[in-house]
Design a protein around this ligand. Structure first.
Ligand SMILES: CC(C)(COP(=O)(O)OP(=O)(O)OC[C@H]1O[C@@H](n2cnc3c(N)ncnc32)[C@H](O)[C@@H]1OP(=O)(O)O)[C@@H](O)C(=O)NCCC(=O)NCCS
Length: 179
């Protein structure tokens, strides 16, 4: 039985370690106030550092058995590049979410991080499924999941509100990899 999410993941270019309150400034300055980054997210761009601290407090309140939020740290410079969130939605299934600061987009970093997470998840004896959803217009996110080996399972109609696009719930693609 896998009873908690690990303390560390390593990829060729990144270390993934649990977020800390001391990451607030790097997260706020790096991406959380950026409307372009928040375009397809369920959260509004942060207005000041207190928004980021409140978000981190919610992350840290969760049990590592149920959910864990990791900071993506560049191995070459130790700088925070984004976050990746894991959730045990059922005993046999994991869901994830991710975000990367805009200056780091387009270098394959999230594909690299997600590939490591997917391999880890499906190597656990009790995890059979890992997946996520993305807005139907979030082409970059859909592509990351495809490159990490997930399959598009269908369209979830009116699945999530992405408030920076519209107040109405939007259609999402569901992606997963199973074993
Ligand atoms: C989605 C996100 C994590 C991708 O991270 P990334 O490290 O830039 O992704 P990668 O470089 O690994 O791969 C991105 C792929 O999408 C493609 N892509 C990105 N935007 C695209 C667009 N508008 N149209 C077509 N392809 C696009 C890239 O070309 C690349 O595919 P390729 O290698 O076949 O060329 C990043 O853009 C991000 O943080 N976005 C904002 C937050 C977000 O939307 N999170 C997901 C919510 S579901």
């Amino acid at each position: 039985m896998t009873d908690r999410f690990p303390d560390l993941f390593e990829t060729p270019r990144l270390t993934l370690r649990p977020v800390a309150l001391t990451d607030a400034e790097a997260i706020f300055d790096g991406y959380a106030q950026d409307p372009e980054v928040a375009r397809f997210t369920i959260w509004a761009p942060h207005r000041d550092l207190t928004d980021t601290v409140a978000f981190l407090e919610l992350c840290l309140a969760k049990s590592p058995a149920d959910a864990r939020t990791y900071a993506l740290i560049g191995r070459e410079d130790g700088a925070l590049r984004g976050l990746l969130d894991l959730r045990r939605t059922k005993p046999h299934a994991v869901e994830f979410g991710y975000v990367l600061a805009r200056r780091w987009w387009g270098q394959g970093l999230m594909t690299e991080a997600l590939g490591t997470i997917v391999a880890w998840a499906l190597a656990q004896p009790d995890i059979f499924r890992i997946g996520a959803v993305c807005d139907v217009d979030n082409i970059g996110s859909a592509r990351v999941m495809e490159k990490a080996g997930l399959n598009r399972e269908g369209v979830l109609r009116r699945w999530l509100v992405h408030p920076n696009i519209s107040a109405e719930p939007r259609d999402c693609y569901g992606y997963a990899k199973v074993r």
